[in-house]
Design a protein around this ligand. Structure first.
Ligand code: ADE
Length: 232
């Protein structure tokens, strides 16, 4: 998978994309990161990328022409173009799964009040929001999108089991985990996990997943119950 990132702050990505699992995956050649500075596509003396919005209002808008040039330079027939935006589609595990099947993603990091609509109309396949809050820059969102997508690419995780049994699979949050020691202060690991009965352990984990989902995410719990009723 190739990730092309169009940003005003290329240095932002250096450490996160070269550390940990992400860095290892890039070293293994599972993915390639191509970070491009939008400012290098300006043609005026001041390297200007933003301007005042027509019609007034606060904040600045990313200008179309540097972005047109940057996108034309980055894209090919395999490129799906995303824009980070608080007003975009909410990123879900399902959307991440769909994106993981693409050959090449180009992520435009939105800034200021947003991006000239003509960039979106001409080029953008999907506007993506990472949550119902406003960030100071699209770079944070781009990293979240990259991480959620990258870990679904075969070979990224060493244990593919962990992809199946995790939060949001089957609309449920994950059950609690424990490791050694068996008792710390007065807190013991639940006995069922120490007993070695795999049937009982699965049942306990499922029960905990349902309990936690009902308490923390009633919206997901509703979806889970609905899928149960429909026999999905
Ligand atoms: N830019 C500002 N806020 C954002 C959000 N929540 N998601 C994606 N991009 C953003």
């Amino acid at each position: 998978m190739i990730f092309k990132i169009l940003t005003l702050f290329p240095e932002f990505f250096k450490s996160p994309l070269s550390s940990g699992l992400m860095g290892r995956a890039a070293e293994k050649g599972l993915m390639k990161f191509d970070i491009r500075d939008i400012r290098s596509y300006t043609e005026d003396r001041h390297n200007r990328c933003d301007d005042y919005p027509y019609g007034g209002g606060s904040g600045m808008v990313l200008m179309p022409d540097p972005l047109f040039r940057a996108i034309e330079d980055a894209k090919n027939d395999d490129t799906r173009i995303l824009l980070t935006a608080a007003s975009g589609r909410l990123l879900t595990q399902e959307i991440a799964g769909g994106l993981a099947a693409e050959k090449e993603l180009c992520i435009i990091c939105g800034h200021y009040e947003g991006v000239d609509q003509r960039v979106i109309d001409r080029y953008v396949d999907l506007e993506v929001s990472i949550g119902d809050y406003v960030l100071s820059g699209g770079e944070y969102a781009a990293l979240v999108i990259i991480d959620a997508v990258a870990r679904l690419i075969p070979g990224f995780m060493s244990n593919s089991e962990s992809l199946v049994e995790e939060s949001f699979e089957k609309s449920l949050l994950e059950y609690p985990h424990y490791t050694r020691p068996p008792v710390i202060d007065d807190m013991a690991v639940p006995g069922v996990l120490m007993g070695g009965n795999h049937g009982e352990i699965s049942e306990w984990r499922m029960k905990k997943s349902i309990e936690i989902t009902k308490r923390v995410r009633p919206d997901l719990y509703k979806r889970y119950i609905k899928s149960k009723i429909l026999g999905e």
